[in-house]
Each structure stands twice: as structure tokens, then as C-alpha cells.
Design a protein around this ligand. Structure first.
Ligand SMILES: Nc1ncnc2c1ncn2[C@@H]1O[C@H](COP(=O)(O)OP(=O)(O)OP(=O)(O)O)[C@@H](O)[C@H]1O
Ligand SMILES: [Mg+2]
Length: 227
């Protein structure tokens, strides 16, 4: 479960990025996080991955409290969250297979687990047969599917995606979002940050609307007003 309670975050330069954000995403749920540029979406993603900590309030990530986590627990917390970015962030001189294998070895997965898990996730994202390809031999949509596979290999509780379709054309974007929906249907909690109103409205999912560091809307429906 993901829970933010009255979260405040001011960056060192004095920018008030979050001014009392509260919401909860239960295990197995799907939520879009939307709002204008600068409203605090990426700041929330960074809190969920433990990259930054709140100044005030509470951030709970799958049983861990980001504000008073012990040093040794940070990797354990991070392991529960798979992250996907707009720019894919694949390792360019490694094959698809090695990008995934590396993510698994980083958390100490055994050789047998790696060999068993990679074909499963590649099948799930529709990339069987691309094991030996390098990222620059793949389309943008395929690269993003590799990134999704990498986010999934260690079987996280939650997937967070920050503008995952920002670099993709509309058809590709719809495919990627449909894949995230399918992953959610298989039990993973999914939180997706996006600007793309049409895409959000295509899926009838929960929409958490941010504006200037506060939640101004939260419910199943459409993303209509840009506040
Ligand atoms: N490292 C940082 N240092 C200082 N200010 C920052 C930093 N990161 C973000 N901000 C500021 O905090 C506010 C929220 O930024 P954030 O990146 O969370 O917005 P966003 O909703 O993700 O926007 P976008 O849609 O453009 O990605 C903005 O005013 C931004 O300029
Ligand atoms: Mg952002």
C-alpha cells in the first residue's frame, strides 16, 4: 500500500513543491497522477522511490515509512517498487537480456531464478525473441517495454511510471498504457504520471489531480480541467 499523509516538500532553493498532499493507493489498485507542469508529480514519484524524503507528513511505501526508515531498510523498500521513466534509461551497450539480468543480480537473484524469470517477463511484455537485441536496435515502444520488463523482474508490489509515454507516438502510447493495465490486472499496483488527457480518459481509472503541490481532485472519471 502507498500512503501519503499531509506531505510537504520544499527543495533547497526554496521551491514549495508539495503543500500538504494526502492520498492512498491500495494494493492491486491503478491510479493516474495528473496535473500541470510543476504541480509536484515527479516529486511524489521521488518520494515513493526513496530518492527524497518529506519535510513534513508521512509517506508509507509498502510497509516502510520513508521519513524514518533505517539505512539498511532502504534497499528493501526500493525492491518493492519498480520504476519506469519517459526516457527508458536502458543500458545501451547491454542486450535486452543483460539489462534484465543485471537488475536481478543487483538484488542477489540466483542464476536459476534469472533464467526462469526473464523469459516470463519478456513474454508478458511481448518481447520474446528480442533477448539479444541492443536498445538502439529497438523502436521506442519496444525500449519502453524492456524498461517495463526490467521494472517487473524482481516482482515488485508497486510499479510507478513517470510520463512513460512521453517519448512515444499515440498508437505506441496506447499500447504501453494497455500493457500497464494488464500488469495491474495480474496484481501489481500501478501509479502512472501523465500529461496526456486523451489517454487518461480512454481508460476509466482513478485520477488523482494535483495543482501547485496539492490534490484538487481524486476519483474515477475523466481528466478534464487543467486547473
Ligand atoms: N531538484 C529540484 N530543486 C529545486 N526545485 C525543484 C527540483 N525538482 C523540482 N523542483 C520544483 O518543484 C516543483 C514541482 O516539480 P515536479 O518535478 O514535481 O513537477 P511535475 O509535476 O513533475 O512537472 P512536469 O509535468 O513538468 O514534469 C516545480 O516548481 C519544480 O520547478
Ligand atoms: Mg515531472
Amino acid at each position: 500500500m502507498i500512503r501519503l499523509k499531509d506531505v510537504h516538500k520544499t527543495y533547497v532553493n526554496g521551491t514549495h513543491a508539495l503543500n500538504g498532499v494526502s492520498f492512498q493507493v491500495d494494493d492491486g489498485d491503478f491510479a493516474f497522477l495528473v496535473g500541470p507542469s510543476g504541480s509536484g508529480k515527479s516529486t511524489i514519484i521521488k518520494l515513493l522511490t526513496g530518492e527524497i524524503v518529506p519535510d513534513r507528513g508521512r509517506v508509507m511505501v509498502n510497509g516502510f515509512s520513508v521519513s524514518n526508515i533505517r539505512e539498511w531498510q532502504i534497499p528493501l523498500m526500493r525492491r518493492t517498487v519498480g520504476v519506469i521513466f519517459q526516457d527508458f534509461r536502458l543500458i545501451q551497450n547491454k542486450t535486452v537480456y543483460d539489462n534484465l539480468a543485471l537488475a536481478m543480480r543487483a538484488v542477489g537473484a540466483s542464476r536459476a531464478t534469472v533464467q526462469e524469470r526473464i523469459p516470463y517477463v519478456l513474454e508478458l511484455v511481448g518481447l520474446r525473441g528480442k533477448e539479444k537485441s541492443f536498445p538502439d536496435q529497438l523502436s521506442g515502444g519496444e525500449q519502453q517495454r524492456v524498461a517495463i520488463a526490467r521494472a517487473l523482474v524482481n516482482n515488485p508490489i508497486t510499479i510507478v511510471a513517470d510520463e512513460p509515454t512521453g517519448n512515444l507516438d499515440p498508437a505506441m502510447s496506447l499500447e504501453i498504457m494497455t500493457l500497464l493495465e494488464r500488469i495491474n490486472a495480474l496484481g501489481t499496483t500501478v501509479i502512472v504520471v501523465t500529461h496526456e488527457r486523451e489517454l487518461v480518459n480512454h481508460f476509466r481509472k482513478r485520477v488523482i489531480l494535483l495543482d501547485r503541490g496539492t490534490v484538487i481532485g481524486d476519483g474515477v472519471g475523466t481528466y478534464e480541467v487543467e486547473a
